[in-house]
Design a protein around this ligand. Structure first.
Ligand SMILES: [Fe+2]
Length: 311
C-alpha cells in the first residue's frame, strides 16, 4: 500500500493512525502500545464507521498548537520583586518547557514588565524569545506601555495601541490591546471589521478578561472598563469566540453567550480567587496549551514549581 499521508489522531486514551484520508490501518490502546499493539485492518470507505465508533474523535496531533505564557512581571535587572520571587528565572525556566511542546506559536499575553514599563526589559525578553527559533508574539498588559512594547517587538503602534491579526495554520488569530483597561473606538471598529470576515470559531488574545468572572478582588479593583461595548461586538459573531487572557493571576473559565474566556495563571504568583483583598494563594507557575483545529479546541494548563528567591 502506498502511504500518501500519515496522520495520528488523539482520542483520549486511544490513538488512531490514519493512512490517507479514508484508510485506517491500525489502532491501539496507548498503554499497551509498545508490547502488544492491537492491529486491525480497515479499508477505504470505512471512515464513516470509524467516526461512529469514536464520536469524540476531534483533534489531530497536527492541529495548530499555541502555548500561552502570561504576566511575566519582570523587574529591571538588579531590582527585586516584592515577594522575593525571581521572575526572570521563572520565565527562563518556562521557555524550554514551552519549546518542548512544539508550538506553532508562543503568545506572551501581557504584563511583561514588573510594575512600570521599560524598554530594556522588552529588549531582554525579545532576545530570549528570538533565541528559541520559534514563532512568537506579544500583547500588552496594564503593566506595559503599548508604544514601548510595540516598538521593541517591531509591532505596528496605532494611536498608542498595538492590535493585530496573525495567520497560523490557515487560522486568523486576533490580538487586542487592553493595556489601559479599555479599548479605543478605533480598535473596536477594527475588531468588528475583522470578525465580519471570519467564519467559524475565533481565537482572540487580550490581557484582560472582557467581563467580570466572579473573582472579587480583580473584578472590583482591576476590571476591563469597556465590557459592554466589547461583548456586544463579540456577541454578533455567529460562532464561538474563544478568548485567552491573563491579568487575574489565576486559572478560570467563564462563559457569556458565545464568548468563552480562559484565564491563564501568571509566571509570578497566583491570587486567591475567593478573596476581596489581594491575597497570594500560591507561587506555582503555569503555561497553557491551546490545540485548535477550526472545528474544535482543546486547552490545558500545566503547573510547575516557581523560584521563590531572588538570586
Ligand atoms: Fe499581572
Amino acid at each position: 500500500m502506498e502511504i500518501a499521508e500519515e496522520t495520528t489522531y488523539k482520542t483520549g486514551a486511544q490513538h488512531l493512525l490514519i493512512i490517507n484520508d479514508s484508510t485506517i490501518i491500525k489502532y491501539w490502546y496507548q498503554d499497551c502500545l509498545d508490547e502488544n499493539p492491537e492491529l486491525l485492518l480497515f479499508y477505504p470507505g470505512k471512515w464513516r464507521l470509524i467516526k461512529q465508533m469514536f464520536p469524540y474523535l476531534a483533534f489531530k496531533t497536527s492541529a495548530m498548537r499555541i502555548v500561552q505564557l502570561t504576566d511575566l512581571h519582570l523587574p529591571p535587572i538588579g531590582i527585586k520583586t516584592e515577594l522575593g520571587i525571581d521572575t526572570r528565572r521563572n520565565f527562563l525556566d518556562m521557555l524550554p518547557r514551552a519549546v518542548a511542546l512544539q508550538p506553532d506559536l508562543i503568545v506572551l499575553s501581557g504584563d511583561l514588565c514588573y510594575d512600570t514599563a521599560d524598554t530594556p526589559t522588552y529588549t531582554w525578553v525579545r532576545a530570549q524569545m528570538d533565541a528559541l527559533g520559534l514563532r512568537y508574539t506579544v500583547i500588552a498588559g496594564n503593566h506595559d506601555d503599548s508604544s514601548l512594547l510595540g516598538t521593541a517587538f517591531g509591532l505596528l503602534v496605532q494611536q498608542k495601541e498595538v492590535y493585530f491579526t496573525q495567520q497560523v495554520d490557515h487560522h486568523t488569530i486576533l490580538f487586542l490591546d487592553s493595556a489601559v483597561a479599555t479599548i479605543s473606538d478605533g480598535q473596536l471598529a477594527w475588531l468588528e471589521e475583522q470578525l465580519s470576515t471570519l467564519k467559524g470559531p475565533v481565537l482572540l488574545f487580550m490581557h484582560h478578561p472582557p467581563f467580570p468572572v466572579g473573582m472579587p478582588f480583580m473584578d472590583d479593583t482591576w476590571p476591563f472598563h469597556r465590557s459592554e461595548d466589547l461583548m456586544a461586538v463579540l456577541a454578533r459573531h455567529a460562532t464561538p469566540v474563544y478568548v485567552f487572557c491573563g491579568h487575574y493571576h489565576t486559572e478560570r473559565v467563564a462563559y457569556v453567550g458565545n464568548v468563552c474566556v480562559h484565564i491563564t495563571p501568571s509566571l509570578y504568583f497566583q491570587l486567591d480567587s475567593e478573596s476581596a483583598q489581594p491575597a497570594v494563594e500560591h507561587t506555582r507557575i503555569a503555561l497553557r496549551t491551546i490545540d485548535f483545529e477550526g472545528r474544535g479546541l482543546a486547552t490545558a494548563v500545566k503547573y510547575f514549581e516557581g523560584n521563590h528567591h531572588n538570586t
